[in-house]
Design a protein around this ligand. Structure first.
Ligand SMILES: [Zn+2]
Ligand SMILES: [Zn+2]
Length: 249
């Protein structure tokens, strides 16, 4: 699978975009920076959007993606998320005040479908996908995505969640990459724990040297302000990304 990192930072600063990861051009994980990064044609190629949770850095360009789709002759798009996340989007974004209601957006032509992530595995865009709950805000999901013999996990935003680490460890060498939230440097562990994010030390404790050596562990969602500190503290077997990278798994 082709994985393009459109943005992956824990905040917006010049040169740093928030989380959006494009898989094989048609499936998107989070909508933090899409229309501001991709061409109109590329936006119109997206058919599925998997949202990890409702925080603004993961949804802020969703209205503009839909805008682009409406003004083109493109096909529809399915927005996948947990029920609490879909409810938050309906109540707080697509509410007729911040942005039109979905019902009104769909009045001219059916473009948008909100779909609750089902329990267990489901199939979209040629991928087998599973949403697993993680410890961040209510309704937060990580996504496990498989195609052929390759599996990749995108943690979404998460605090220290033993179930997430156990999941990643249980996949053995089939897990090609574990993209994991490392937002803050070690000195800010208290804030990280309060806001349910990880630091390099918490990540190290979570994987505890048990990850299969063939799995690439990739830190993302780093707050740009603390990038240098976080990078200096990452364990040697952990890479990091800042946006613009392309992977093939
Ligand atoms: Zn975030
Ligand atoms: Zn968040």
């Amino acid at each position: 699978m082709k994985v393009e990192i459109l943005g992956c930072s824990g905040s917006v600063m010049q040169g740093y975009n928030t989380t959006s990861i494009l898989l094989n051009r048609e499936t998107l994980i989070d909508a933090g920076s899409v229309s501001s990064v991709l061409s109109e044609d590329a936006v119109c190629t997206i058919r599925h959007i998997l949202i990890t949770h409702a925080h603004i850095d993961h949804i802020k360009e969703l209205p503009f993606i839909l805008d682009t789709l409406f003004s083109s002759s493109a096909h529809g798009v399915v927005i996948w998320a947990s029920r609490p996340t879909l409810e938050a989007l309906t109540r707080n974004v697509f509410n007729g005040m911040i942005w039109p209601e979905i019902r009104d957006l769909n009045a001219r032509k059916d473009v948008i479908t909100f779909s609750e992530v089902p329990p267990g595995e489901f199939v979209i865009g040629g991928f087998r996908v599973t949403g697993h709950p993680v410890d961040h805000i209510p309704g937060s999901l990580c996504y496990e995505v498989s195609q052929g013999g390759s599996t990749v996990i995108f943690s979404g935003d998460t605090g220290f969640d033993s179930a997430l680490f156990d999941l990643a460890l249980s996949r053995g060498p089939g897990l090609k990459a574990f993209f994991v939230d490392v937002s803050f440097p070690d000195r800010m562990e208290k804030i990280a724990r309060l806001s349910r994010h990880l630091t390099p030390l918490l990540l190290k404790q979570g994987i505890d040297g048990r990850m299969d050596p063939s799995t690439r562990i990739i830190a993302y969602h780093i707050k740009p302000k603390y990038l240098d500190e976080v990078v200096a503290e990452l364990p040697p077997n952990v890479a990091y990304i800042v946006g613009g990278e392309v992977f093939e798994f």
